[in-house]
Design a protein around this ligand. Structure first.
Ligand code: TYD
Length: 207
């Protein structure tokens, strides 16, 4: 049993859920107890917040949006993620604080350093052991979303420049913390990406 906190980041359409699922299956086959979760919406309160954030009709002020994501995070980490880590489980999570820095900090042009502090305050300083960044060009992400969606949520509906800022911010975050981030080109074949992620996680498990 190994308590590990693994997060997946990247633009919409990069394949985070697919890779999180493949990793979860592999970890379970190795006998690990896995909690697969996500933000926003990984708790009971979070599901209500997710609906407001993503589907509310009408404007949400950028700072209010940042605080709603932070509220979701605070409750999720305190009531779901920390208890699982304390039980020695592996937490595999779709999106975490880097999403806030990229989307609210860079996308909404709030101050990324302030958004990071807000998120760390919300999560009482919890950082992932590994963050997998699935890097994808904005136009390719859009093409993939178009293939699967008939409607966009509030964030997906943002203009191309917003999503370009998000991508650049992610790459800057990865540059700043190379020991935490594993950056992979999301255009690579699914199995190759999965194998690279497994290699990194295996190193951690073997410590
Ligand atoms: P996600 O659940 O990944 O979307 P989907 O299930 O539709 O693939 O995330 C929903 C949106 O929320 C996504 O566009 C990114 C955005 N987001 C932020 O803007 N800030 C955050 O802190 C988080 C966690 C997500």
């Amino acid at each position: 049993m190994t308590a590990l906190f693994l997060t997946f980041e990247g633009g919409d359409g990069a394949g985070k859920s697919t890779q999180a699922e493949l990793l979860e299956t592999w970890l379970r086959e190795r006998g690990e107890t896995v909690l697969r979760t996500r933000e926003p919406g990984g708790s009971d309160l979070g599901l209500e917040l997710r609906d407001i954030i993503l589907h509310r009709k009408g404007h949400i002020a950028p700072r209010a949006e940042a605080l709603l994501y932070a509220a979701d995070r605070a409750h999720h980490i305190a009531t779901v993620v920390r208890p699982a880590l304390e039980r020695g489980e592996v937490v595999v999570q779709d999106r975490y604080l880097d999403s806030s820095v990229a989307y609210q900090g860079a996308g909404r042009t709030l101050n990324p350093a302030e958004i990071r502090s807000l998120s760390l305050w919300a999560a009482e300083g919890l950082l992932p052991d590994v963050t997998v960044l699935l890097d994808l060009d904005e136009s390719e992400g859009r093409r993939r979303l178009d293939a699967t969606r008939t409607r966009y949520d509030r964030l997906e509906a943002e203009e191309a420049a917003f999503h370009q800022r998000v991508r650049e911010a992610y790459l800057e975050l990865a540059d700043a913390e190379p020991e935490r981030f594993l950056v992979l080109d999301a255009r690579r074949p699914r199995e190759e990406i999965a194998a690279a992620i497994r290699d990194r996680v295996e190193e951690l498990i073997q410590g």
